[in-house]
Design a protein around this ligand. Sequence first.
Ligand code: C5P
Length: 405
Amino acid sequence: MLVGKRIVLGVTGGIAAYKAVELCRRLVDAGAHVIPVMTEGAERFVGRATLSALASEPVQTSLWDEVDPIPHTRLGRSADLIVVAPATARLLSAYANGLSTDLLTNILLATRAPVVVCPAMHTEMWEHPAVRANVAALASRGVHIVEPESGRLAGGDIGTGRLAATESIVAAITAALAAGAASTAGELSGTHVVVSAGGTREPIDAVRVIANRSSGKQGYALAAEAALRGARVTLVSTVELPSPAGSEVRAVETAAEMLDALAELAPKADVVIMAAAVADFRPTTVAPGKLKKATGMPEIVLERTPDILAGLGANKPPTQVLVGFAAETSDLVANATSKLQAKNLDLIVANDVSAPGVGFQHETNAVTLLCADGSTIGVGLTDKKAVAKVVMDTVVKILMTKPRQ
Ligand code: C5P
């Protein structure tokens, strides 16, 4: 359950902060990718170096990072889960009241991932009506609370308030991840989702091709997300990335091969997502051998490739959700809207590929989703897995408006 999961570990300023070091270690050992976020108070109890060395990830402490101008939304959106251990009374109060004063509280407000909060404080504080009310408010909003244990506290007092045992926190994290997965798990069961991914390569001669910079990562993330939600997934791909669990991969290279694969698969599919960067032009003829320098400058005449997506749109079954991508360098919304309409799509995912960190070859993306009903959803710079989640959430909603097959 924890393997490959991105877990933000929030550490606040209580004496139990030293136990966050052990928790970090246990999560990393279980295969999680831990991103430690410390408050100013936490830094008085444990050193940054300890947590960053264990997590192999720099500790984040500030909202004002020059390299990453919006760390809270990036970390909040890309996390699979956020755990705060220990959580002080101050953190509980800020979170319960929506107060965003530092990086950790901003992340908590910016996330939709499950949150596990592990309070630790003196018994009198834990029993104070204000703290009880804050804990109750958080629990009622679906925050998982790992109650403190009874035992020896700082200064030698004995009572309730000691941070829960590391095993109990790890068990709560695992349970919260399982519950999150279960809530979307069966959403697409019984459906067939076809995703195209990667850039096509159009041969010039026996060794050369016209290619583009698409890495295929966004398409693979979409396929993985659809499979997680129970769909049967076919990935029509030009790239060799590890195939996502639960997907069948069809390898293609050219626009013509991609067209053939989709012509076969799309008519019966419930969802078709054209995330591939299909070449718009290809050489009219392919030289049989390798073009030689000695023969002089070759003249390469280009012709249009078939617009696969437009063809799918023209023949779209009424039950199907058809999704296109629009990589633009200007007039993002206007260009994407006209493609949405011209190609008879249900949804277009538009990205401004001239912006830093967006689109081709990056691990991250920032997109605007434009739906046929006129609604739009903006997703700021985040990793491609998080974009895939938002796209699949939207696909599921549109699918529910379609007649059943
Ligand atoms: O019109 P434009 O090429 O910008 O539209 C992009 C969308 O169309 C993407 O979803 C891409 O996969 C698809 N496309 C296609 N066939 C082409 C070119 C693009 O299916 N020849």
